[in-house]
Design a binder for this molecule. Structure first.
Ligand SMILES: Cc1ncc(COP(=O)(O)O)c(C=O)c1O
Length: 381
């Protein structure tokens, strides 16, 4: 099997991730609940994950880093927690994933929030296009840091600088662990991440960093292991957003994945992944019938996802033939990003996305390009 679907979830994980999950499973896991030794140890496991994440993002107060099941949870916690109301204006890009587009659409329909999606310029988001749309009522900018379809990186820092103090909610699903974000704590107001992609952790892990200037209303309340005498859920972080027992087993794996990244270095991972994407683009350049979707990107403005179509093939037939004939796993379709595919002109059929990770090799890239060339030449039908 050749795995080119790291944009969906990373594989393989560093071996220490599985060992950490197994070790956590072998002990009771009720962090922040009982006071016995096993509960204290589970608490230290969660703390270790918080510490690793805080180091990765340059966050000074790691209690502002809240864990939940994935980035979808984090984005919902931010969008619904801000208590946006009728007339509030929210800007986003058009290269958003449904995990921001659907909550924003719901806020528009149910609360009258004025959501405006800024069009891209040929698949690139520009800071000036956000700046020119700011209004006195603009309460938030929501931004997908890198398109999960084309791999185009958004100029997030420039957009924040142009925002005149409007808070930025950054969807770092495709960049956390793959693009250096070690100063994010200094300029991102709300940073949403998922543990199972570039952070190399298990599914069921993710979280939200909330900067000190932002206050969120929790949309889920319940047991927190703190202030138990009161019916009111605690207002302090991380407890305010962490109702219910934490996923200690998953967080043990997330800590191991992030510690691996910190040791290897995110810049080194980025260089490796960009090298693979560049090699792939070079090798498929001459394959007849292949069209790469999205803008022509340089190394500085992309992550390692490449979307393409092959003339005469639907994206799903192409993905199925790649798996059947060549054992290559890619993701076809709309990638939960219909707005992006509409802009690219690939709606509703979508594209086949090849997304590379820290453990892919140049030999696998060569095999992927050969497979496409063989299908283009009539194989696999
Ligand atoms: C840009 C982007 N945002 C959000 C998500 C949702 O991630 P999760 O399913 O882990 O919540 C994804 C995953 O595909 C993504 O690529």
């Amino acid at each position: 099997m050749i795995y080119f679907d790291n944009g969906a979830t990373s594989f393989p994980k560093p071996p220490q991730v599985a060992s950490a999950v197994m070790a956590a499973l072998a002990a009771p896991a009720s962090p922040g609940r009982s006071g016995h030794a096993a509960a204290m140890s589970a608490g230290r496991t969660v703390h270790r994950a918080r510490k690793a994440m805080a180091r990765l993002f340059g966050i000074k107060d790691n209690s502002r880093l809240c864990f939940g099941p994935n980035v979808t949870w984090a984005l919902n916690a931010a969008l619904f927690g801000l208590n946006l109301q009728k007339g509030d204006h929210v800007l986003s890009g058009t290269l958003e994933h449904n995990s921001t587009a659907r909550p924003l659409d719901r806020l528009r329909r149910e609360r009258g929030v004025d959501w405006e999606a800024v069009p891209s310029r040929g698949g690139r988001m520009l800071a000036e296009d956000f700046k020119s749309r700011l209004r006195p009522e603009t309460r938030l900018i929501v931004l997908n840091h890198a398109s999960n379809v084309t791999g185009a990186l958004a100029p997030a820092r420039e957009i924040k600088e142009a925002a005149g103090g409007v808070p930025l909610l950054l969807d770092a699903a495709q960049t956390a662990g793959s693009v250096p974000l070690d100063d994010a704590g200094d300029w991102v107001d709300l940073l949403a991440f998922t543990g199972h992609k570039g952070l190399l952790g298990p599914t069921g892990t993710g979280g939200l960093y909330v900067s000190p200037e932002i206050e969120l209303l929790p949309f889920s309340v319940g047991g927190s292991g703190s202030r138990s005498e009161s019916l009111e859920h605690p207002g302090f972080l991380p407890d305010a957003l962490e109702a219910g027992t934490a996923n200690t087993h998953g967080l043990a794996g997330l800590a191991a994945g992030v510690e691996y990244l910190l040791e290897r270095g995110v810049p080194a991972v980025r260089e490796h992944e960009l090298g693979l994407a560049g090699l792939f683009l070079e090798k498929i350049g001459g394959v007849p019938g292949v069209s790469v979707q999205g803008p022509k990107l340089g190394e500085e403005d992309r992550v390692a996802a490449v979307s393409l179509n092959l003339a005469g093939w639907s994206s799903s037939d192409l993905a199925a033939a790649l798996e059947r004939e060549h054992g290559i796993l890619v993701r076809p379709g709309l990638h939960c990003a219909p707005l992006t595919h509409r802009e690219l002109g690939t709606f509703p059929g979508g594209s086949a996305r090849f997304s590379f990770g820290p453990f892919n090799t140049a030999d696998e890239i060569a095999a992927g390009a050969r497979a496409l060339a063989s299908l283009a030449a009539g194989g696999g039908r």
